[in-house]
Design a protein around this ligand. Sequence first.
Ligand SMILES: CC(C)(COP(=O)(O)OP(=O)(O)OC[C@H]1O[C@@H](n2cnc3c(N)ncnc32)[C@H](O)[C@@H]1OP(=O)(O)O)[C@@H](O)C(=O)NCCC(=O)NCCS
Length: 173
Amino acid sequence: MAETLVRAATTADLPRIHAIYNDAVLTTTATWDYEPWPWEQRLEWWAEHEHDPTCPVFVATVDGEVAGFSYLSHFRQKIGYRFTREDTVYVDPALHRGGLGTTLVAAVIEAARAQGMRAVIGGIVSTNEGSLRLHERMGFVETARLPAVGYKFGKWLDLVFVQYTFPEFTPTG
Ligand SMILES: CC(C)(COP(=O)(O)OP(=O)(O)OC[C@H]1O[C@@H](n2cnc3c(N)ncnc32)[C@H](O)[C@@H]1OP(=O)(O)O)[C@@H](O)C(=O)NCCC(=O)NCCS
């Protein structure tokens, strides 16, 4: 039986993260990029995440091979948004419906909780039934629906925001 594990990503995981993402760029509307990322862009992305505990990257491995990844990023840059993060999750299509997405989203939720966040937002194209269901099962609720704000593969796309909300607190400082 295959051994699966979710752990913090390392630099050595970048080629697989890069390949999984760039495949999704070319074949899905999960991301609204049109062109695969150049390697330099992946390195810049990693530099933004590697040393920021509030924006961690996780990988899921199956028998030691990276099969998916998730991460937190800033939802918007202004300081008032500092207790909110956006989550991203991608799993190798060959391994969908094996529970990896669930464990990867669980990892980012727990990281956000540990970092004292108030909310995690997922931005999901309305036709992405799998991601919508996965997020709903993890406790996210739909909080906004933006019609026709994206365009890819010759079609207008609606964006659904789903939100996981942690208990209210009063920030100090
Ligand atoms: C969305 C995604 C991350 C789900 O990963 P996964 O490993 O297949 O997810 P899981 O196996 O943990 O699925 C958990 C639950 O989510 C729901 N789900 C997942 N994929 C689904 C699909 N294609 N259709 C309907 N429900 C789905 C199901 O309820 C599933 O539970 P079940 O298999 O017991 O029925 C994966 O499909 C993916 O990488 N898609 C391409 C990239 C993407 O869409 N990323 C999200 C961008 S917002």
